[in-house]
Design a protein around this ligand. Structure first.
Ligand SMILES: [Zn+2]
Ligand SMILES: [Zn+2]
Length: 400
């Protein structure tokens, strides 16, 4: 069979993979395929459990707190109506999608696809359904919410009694299982089960599907992929222009997100804005170093490094730099995966702002900084998605 590397574009032929082996790209070291013997049945069981637990978690009380006799109870999506009241409509829709809609849709599709494969059926929509499930992987964030919940709860529990409700416990179980499911379900294995990788036709130019990595003849460019239905391109269209626009927008918003307050705390009529850096220094003062390190890395370091790194990739492509080609490719793979973790700080506010609504005594709201920061995270995620690393390899090739 022919496997195409999605990172550097190199095509490689393999006879067959012995059980327990990994096929790596000879040019950039990317993992092309695994035959780990992980079963579709285990993936199906995990995915179904996550789906059921998550739906229960959404419908039951998540957290309870009381201040001076006032009780407050929240659910996972409670932040959405709260934000809609304060005009942050886009942020409300974004967070609602990331923590409510996308996780449910993703695990419903995954359960459907794996269940259908277990039943030995291969209906026509199967590839499309799995394509949607894999695209939503990046944007459904129960695991990020879990870390945000952990950091926020450690802080809040010092000041007031917060009690985890039944929904909260179901959420913890679902988010934990979702991480296990992520590690268990091997995409290439599922793609192979939907339609196996084939040997490429001899003597014909071949391109790879950017979604499912299927190698197809170059003459099929512009058509939908026979396996996943995504449109086939030799390289992502307008990649450099799109990525540049997204990075410039991100660089403009990044300082604003750091200067303006993430949250506004009102206590007994007095309002105080809290920036990201303020949150980190508070954690350091209280001796919570590990939590301070998590917030510093996810909120300040990762977004900045991402913006700078993708800027470097763009320049390297523009000028055909050869140095660091392999490092750049590996770095892109890394930042593509860690970018979503920058949402931890947003998730802390999303979980605890609805809990801290005690009228005149104390309230917590989103600040302008949070909206800018949320935009920066989404822009950098989109930039990393729209950048085609193979263009860096093409640029070097053309300079030869
Ligand atoms: Zn490669
Ligand atoms: Zn495809």
């Amino acid at each position: 069979m022919t496997l195409a590397c999605r990172d550097c574009g190199t095509l490689q032929d393999f006879r067959s993979l012995p059980a327990g082996s990994v096929a790596s790209c000879a040019a950039c070291g990317n993992t092309l395929s695994r035959s780990t013997g992980r079963s579709i049945g285990a993936g199906f069981a995990l995915s179904l459990s996550v789906l059921c637990l998550y739906i229960v978690a959404l419908s039951l009380p998540f957290l309870r707190a009381s201040v001076l006799g006032l009780e407050q109870e929240t659910r996972i999506g409670s932040i959405v109506p709260l934000l809609l009241d304060t005009r942050w409509v886009l942020v409300a829709l974004g967070i609602g999608a990331f923590i409510v809609v996308f996780p449910v849709v993703r695990f419903a599709l995954l359960t459907l696809v794996l269940g259908t494969l277990l039943g030995e059926r291969r209906p026509e929509w199967l590839g499309r359904a799995f394509r949607w499930a894999t695209s939503l992987d990046l944007w459904s964030m129960p695991d990020v919410l879990l870390i945000g919940f952990f950091v926020g709860y450690t802080r809040v529990a010092q000041r007031l009694t917060a009690e985890i409700g039944t929904g909260g416990w179901c959420f913890l179980a679902a988010a934990g299982l979702a991480m296990v499911a992520h590690a268990t379900i091997d995409r290439q294995m599922v793609w192979n089960a939907i339609a196996p990788n084939r040997p490429s036709p001899r003597g014909e130019k071949v391109i790879a599907c950017t979604t499912c990595d299927l190698a197809v003849p170059k003459s099929a460019e512009g058509d939908p992929c026979p396996r996943c239905g995504a449109r086939l391109y030799a390289r992502k269209p307008d990649s450099l222009t799109r990525t540049t626009a997204l990075i410039v927008a991100g660089l403009v918003l990044y300082p604003i997100a750091n200067i303006w307050p993430m949250s506004v705390v009102t206590r007994l009529g007095e309002s105080e804005g809290r920036t990201i850096l303020y949150g980190v220094t508070e954690l350091v003062k209280e001796g919570m170093w590990p939590l301070a390190a998590i917030i510093f890395c996810t909120s300040i370091a990762i977004p900045l490094l991402k913006l700078l790194a993708i800027g470097w990739f763009l320049l390297a492509t523009r000028f055909g730099w050869r140095r660091g080609l392999s490092v750049r490719t590996k770095l892109h793979r890394l930042i593509d995966g860690v970018g979503r973790w920058s949402n931890v700080d947003i998730m802390i506010i999303a979980v605890f702002a609805p809990l801290m609504q005690f009228g005149a005594i104390a309230t917590v709201h989103f600040g302008i900084g949070a909206a800018c920061f949320f935009a920066v995270v989404i822009l950098t995620m989109l930039a990393s998605l729209s950048f085609d690393t193979r263009l860096m390899w093409d640029a070097v090739e053309q300079r030869r």
